[in-house]
Design a protein around this ligand. Structure first.
Ligand SMILES: CC(C)(COP(=O)(O)OP(=O)(O)OC[C@H]1O[C@@H](n2cnc3c(N)ncnc32)[C@H](O)[C@@H]1OP(=O)(O)O)[C@@H](O)C(=O)NCCC(=O)NCCS
Length: 380
């Protein structure tokens, strides 16, 4: 077969490739704007709740009060996970929490009554169940690995409050609930990022939502996607004191190293979600008598100002880690926290892909040798 005369243009990392249309989310990376189904992230962060944002993303519009109450009731009633799934978490208790979460969601598929039904209606019901169950898996695994019994979910608490309750075994205060609710809202959806893309690829083959969420969790785990908040907090702890920031950051910049919590494939200016977490990080640090973490972050932000002219600005994860840290959340739970928040977005992408499906299957241009002689193994 003859070789093509001109090679097709390659978009490495699919950079700049428009995959399809979407009504879930709009990101204006130049202006630093983010909308979920047409609503500004700033309004949602200020006035909404995670439950309402979940309805918005799953059903495409803001709910009436009775609709929200009805969906919230279903979520609250779906929080428990089957006992054998908790046993699976016991078996994998030494695994990283993201590996345990991925395994837990996979195990849930074996017990969901509608796993094999890939109709839109069944997928929507499974989406709600999974959104409700994922926090239970994260909290239960953390308790098990600490030698404690999982705390059963409570139906009288909000999504954020119940998660903190199951994690710490005591009712959280209002400020902690508010910070985590906001964090979940800010992480709920973000277009065709790598994990949402992975979820869409999975269902584009006709596969089911449990498989798609397993793909998404595995994809989120990587440090270039979900791991940044944890990496930022490592850096901040390593610096340890505001007086040591200048020396540390100047050395990183001189060595041309990446500073975590900065830069984004889409945003050229500050990530619009960052300001909401910044305010939470500041307020929580002050209230808990630990302002130094925020002071370190602000000094890092000042020293890295020259990067802004190259489009490398602060992203949401720059401040998220310090909020989690101040709320007593272990560092390796930072990515699972992101996953809990992102569940409605992943589910919305799964539903959107299913509604007008096309198999996602790009090409690779072959760059290896061709027509090599096959030499039998004992003659090589
Ligand atoms: C998010 C990220 C992967 C986006 O990457 P991308 O769109 O593929 O951009 P690239 O990795 O090609 O980076 C482009 C340039 O900016 C630089 N850059 C990107 N992020 C940087 C950072 N955080 N600190 C310093 N320099 C950075 C790169 O070194 C590169 O410079 P070069 O052109 O001189 O080689 C990247 O910015 C990053 O690694 N950030 C840190 C991790 C992070 O915070 N992730 C969370 C995202 S919400």
């Amino acid at each position: 077969m003859s070789q093509p005369t001109s090679a097709p243009e390659i978009a490495r990392g699919l950079r700049g490739v428009v995959l399809d249309t979407t009504s879930t989310c709009h990101i204006d990376g130049e202006a630093g704007k983010l909308y979920y189904r047409g609503y500004s992230i700033h309004d949602l962060a200020e006035y909404s709740t995670f439950e309402e944002v979940t309805y918005l993303l799953l059903y495409g519009r803001l709910p009436r009060r009775d609709e929200l109450e009805e969906m919230d009731r279903r979520l609250r009633q779906s929080r428990s996970v089957p006992a054998p799934v908790l046993d699976v978490l016991r078996v994998v208790q030494k695994a990283h929490p993201m590996d345990a979460l991925r395994t837990g969601v996979s195990a849930l598929a074996a017990f969901d009554p509608e796993t094999a039904d890939t109709s839109l209606e069944a997928t929507l019901r499974k989406a709600e169940r999974l959104i409700a169950q994922v926090p239970t898996l994260v909290a239960a695994h953390d308790r098990i690995r600490r030698g404690l019994e999982p705390v059963p979910p409570r139906e009288d608490l909000s999504h954020a409050a119940n998660f903190l309750y199951m994690l710490h075994g005591r009712e959280p205060d209002a400020e902690a609930v508010d910070a985590i609710d906001m964090d979940f809202i800010l992480h709920a959806e973000h277009g065709s990022n790598a994990s949402a893309f992975a979820a869409r690829v999975t269902v584009s083959t006709g596969s089911d939502i449990h498989s798609a969420i397993v793909s998404a969790i595995g994809t989120l785990k990587g440090p270039l996607h979900g791991g940044a908040a944890e990496a930022v907090m490592h850096m901040v702890e390593e610096i340890g004191d505001p007086s040591r920031v200048d020396e540390y950051i100047q050395r990183m910049l001189a060595e041309g190293r990446r500073i975590m919590g900065m830069g984004h494939r889409v945003y050229r200016v500050e990530d619009p979600r960052a300001r909401h977490m910044r305010e939470r990080a500041r307020a929580l640090g002050e209230r808990l008598g630990q302002p130094k973490w925020y002071q370190i972050l602000e000094r890092i932000a000042e020293l890295t100002a020259p990067l802004r002219s190259r489009g490398i600005s602060l992203n949401v994860d720059f401040y998220a880690g310090s909020v989690y840290y101040l709320l007593g959340i272990p560092e390796d739970l930072f990515i699972p926290m992101f996953a809990i928040g992102r569940m409605p977005g992943w589910c919305a992408h799964v539903l959107e892909q299913m509604q007008d499906n096309v198999l996602i299957r790009p090409l690779l241009q072959y760059s290896g040798p061709i027509d090599l002689e096959y030499v039998p193994i004992d003659q090589r």
